[in-house]
Design a binder for this molecule. Structure first.
Ligand code: CTP
Length: 404
């Protein structure tokens, strides 16, 4: 089998320079990349850069090498087309099927998955014209990644930044791995909590746990590649922001509860992958707790935190909303999992065994997915992304199905 063929479309925005890094990641990981820049984008990055980095010619017009019929052949033979950055103009052209240069022709002839990574000013992104164009493209099966929030060209900040090229690459890799499968979470809003909460004792100390957030982030990345709108509620992780998610950072269990409940109001699925502290110190010392010579340390009194999973399971914000929990167990893993599924009232419970060297912080995981309908699915040891995809395979068909 030859290398997967990727078309990297580049339209005319300042973020075009970040596409060089995306191109590098794609070629270094064994993809045959053909860059198709628009004429406007060459104001930002020149043709020579694309040709040298990709090892392929980089033409903008259909009139070059006409005997090879590039306007048809490039799209037809692609395994993936990714447009990064995609300007408001490019989204409009793609949504309306215009074909006035090589990239727009390629978009019309491609039958493979298409990923758009938009980048523009917030006003342009929020304009009803752009909103409608994005909705059209998504309805047709394209994956349109939500832009990141942050510094834009000039002094402005807001939504519209091109996500980190490494993270756009992750989306491309996942979409490629899915092949021609439709993005089955398109039009769905999913909420994922990730990481571990920290319950402060004083300004410098907290009660925490060993969760890295990797499983929750893998769920977020795979959901984006399957077309979902993703809200990622992240507690104390040290991981790169996945492309295309609305990221809400929280610290404590109470903050996580507030953020999850707010996002869950219109969610089709909620996945509680975060390790939430069951208890928090009853008192928060405003100043650092000091040790005193000759005195025993004062005991720390704990109070219960609300059980967020049980709460959202019992009181669904939307009919047909699917709620997924995780169970981290050290002993009697399956028996405890089955009891926990009933106690929490969720639809699916992903049970995994944890220990000091198991699961926490690792790239891999194994689990059994228990369902409220009694089915049990063992997922063998493998990358957290694989488990994440199996979880979405279970969630996607259940969304919107009325429970008995
Ligand atoms: N969870 C939650 N709110 C809490 C504690 C846990 O929403 N206050 C969620 C976690 O996000 C996870 C699931 O409940 O999806 C199970 O967490 P786990 O720590 O395994 O269970 P606990 O409820 O803490 O039960 P136990 O301490 O008895 O193991």
């Amino acid at each position: 089998m030859g290398k997967p063929k990727v078309v990297l479309g580049v339209s005319g925005g300042i973020a075009a320079y970040k596409a060089c890094e995306l191109l590098r990641r794609l070629t270094e990981s064994g993809h045959d990349v053909r860059v198709v820049p628009t004429a406007a984008s060459l104001n930002f990055v020149g043709e020579a850069t694309w040709a040298a980095l990709s090892g392929n010619p980089a033409s903008t017009e259909v009139w070059e090498s006409v005997h090879e019929v590039p306007h048809v052949r490039i799209g037809q033979s692609a395994d993936l087309v990714v447009v990064a950055p995609a300007t408001a103009d490019m989204l409009a052209k793609a949504a309306h099927g215009l074909a006035d240069d090589l990239l727009t022709n390629t978009l019309l002839t491609a039958r493979c998955p298409v990923v758009f990574a938009p980048a523009m000013h917030t006003e342009m992104w929020e304009h009803p014209a752009t909103r409608e164009n994005v909705a059209t493209l998504r309805r047709r099966g394209a994956v349109v990644i939500e832009p990141a929030v942050g510094r834009l060209t000039g002094k402005d900040t807001g939504k519209g930044r091109l996500p980190d090229p490494e993270e756009i690459f992750e989306v491309c890799a996942r979409v490629l791995a899915r092949g021609v499968a439709e993005p089955d979470l398109a039009g769905r809003h999913v909420v994922i909590s990730a990481g571990g909460t920290r319950e402060p004792l004083d300004p410098v100390r907290f009660l925490g746990n060993r969760s890295s957030g990797k499983q929750g982030y893998a769920l977020a990345r795979t959901a984006v590649a399957r077309g979902a709108r993703v809200t990622l509620v992240s507690a104390n992780t040290a991981l790169a922001d996945p492309a295309g998610v609305d990221l809400v950072r929280v610290g404590t269990a109470l903050q996580l509860r507030e953020a999850v409940l707010k996002a869950a109001a219109d969610a089709d699925a909620v996945v509680m992958a975060a390790a939430v502290a069951d208890f928090r110190p009853a008192e928060y010392a405003g100043g650092k707790i000091k040790k005193k010579d000759g005195q025993e340390p004062a005991p720390v009194t704990l109070v219960r935190n609300p059980d967020i999973l049980a709460e959202i399971s019992a009181d669904r914000a939307r009919e047909g909303q699917i709620v997924v929990g995780f169970a981290a167990e050290t002993d009697d893993v399956l028996a405890n999992g089955r009891t926990k599924l009933l106690r929490k009232g969720c639809d699916l419970l992903v049970v995994n065994e944890v220990g000091e060297t198991k699961t926490f912080g690792s790239e891999e995981n194994e689990a059994v997915i228990l369902s409220s309908d009694g089915s049990e699915l063992a997922v063998p040891y493998g990358p957290k992304e694989t488990l994440a995809d199996v979880i979405w395979d279970q969630v996607a068909p259940r969304i919107g199905v009325r429970r008995a």
